[in-house]
Design a protein around this ligand. Structure first.
Ligand code: ASP
Length: 325
């Protein structure tokens, strides 16, 4: 357990929010069996994080536990099941942040790390740095006994292969050399995972893990490993974003949500909606975010048609959802 975990009064309230990616999954394309599996996996991720919180564990441990479940699932675009880049391989990004200490760790473009969220945490706790990328991150992983390694092909799944082929066909048809604009039916992103937790000590942590966007250029880094863009946690607020990463970087989306709460004292819901439903779309981007504050308020806005998500409020009420339901 993390050093910051503290025994808290039994009246202390915890909260947990998770996402399994924003994007658009038309209801009719999701079979009952697939939907059940997505929901079951989200519930398992909630259970894993909540077990930590109920024991009085640290928010950062809960975030890692919830994300690990989703990284291990081939359903989500993180760990096993990560999307393919344009070269037919996988480059994974992840980050984690602890609010009350403002410590953070991140990795970008890793190719053999089974659970990038664990390596991001190792960077935070066992290196003097915040972010390690590419070969340097792999070399750091070599020095960490508990970081499991896999061949890059281990991340392959038929569903992501199909998405790559569709994206490349579409790109060839459009003769588009770079990622730009709306790509119609081709889903470039979907399934990034994230978690934000409030523990009994009143501490907040957030984390995000992804394979990035389908058919991304080799070397492309999205928002997910960038502190402030895809992940943020401070003393009063935490956020994990999912969506078209370039826009989340340019909007400093995760930090902007919490900065609004801090500077203008607006309710979390309003702050999150302003960034996700106004600022990002006005720039031409789309996606969603999960957020919570130290009072246990939660916000789960998205502008992309659907977002796999789950929540447990301080009163213990919980749910998972995919569409606007
Ligand atoms: N934000 C991620 C990225 O751009 C993708 C996602 O959220 O699905 O890499």
């Amino acid at each position: 357990m993390n050093a910051h975990a503290q025994t808290a009064p039994s009246t202390a309230r915890t909260a947990l929010v998770i996402h399994g990616g924003a994007g658009f999954v038309p209801k009719e394309t999701l079979s009952a069996a697939d939907e059940k599996d997505y929901r079951d996996t989200l519930n398992r991720a909630l259970d894993a994080g909540n077990a930590v919180l109920q024991k009085g564990g640290a928010a950062i441990d809960a975030v890692e536990a919830a994300i690990l479940v989703m990284e291990e699932s081939p359903r989500f675009n993180a760990g096993k099941g990560a999307v393919f880049n344009a070269k037919g391989g996988h480059e994974l990004d992840a980050s984690i942040m602890e609010g009350h200490t403002r410590r953070a760790g991140a990795v970008a473009g890793v190719t053999t790390v089974r659970n990038p969220i664990k390596l991001a945490r190792a960077v935070m706790e066992r290196s003097p740095h915040v972010m390690l990328a590419g070969a340097g991150a792999e070399a750091f992983a070599d020095t960490q006994k508990d970081i499991e390694r896999v061949p890059n092909t281990w991340f392959d799944t038929p569903m992501r292969r199909k998405q790559l082929e569709e994206a490349q066909k579409k790109e060839a048809a459009q003769k588009a050399a770079v990622i730009q604009g709306d790509d119609g039916n081709v889903r470039r992103y979907l399934g990034t995972v994230g978690a934000v937790a409030l523990d009994k000590a009143g501490h907040i942590a957030a984390g995000t893990s992804t394979g990035g966007m389908t058919n991304k250029r080799w070397g492309r880094v999205g928002d997910s490993p960038i502190i402030g863009a895809g992940t943020w946690a401070d003393e009063r607020c935490g956020v994990s974003g999912t969506g078209w990463g370039e826009f989340y970087i340019r909007a400093n989306a995760a930090r902007d949500i919490c900065a609004r709460v801090e500077y203008t004292n607006v309710p979390l819901q309003k702050a999150a909606e302003e960034v996700i439903n106004k600022i990002i779309p006005a720039m031409g981007g789309d996606g969603g975010a999960i957020a919570l504050d130290r009072d246990g308020n939660i916000a789960l806005p998205f502008n992309s048609g659907s977002m796999f998500r789950g929540w447990i409020r301080p009163d213990g009420s919980r749910g998972v959802a995919i569409h606007e339901d």
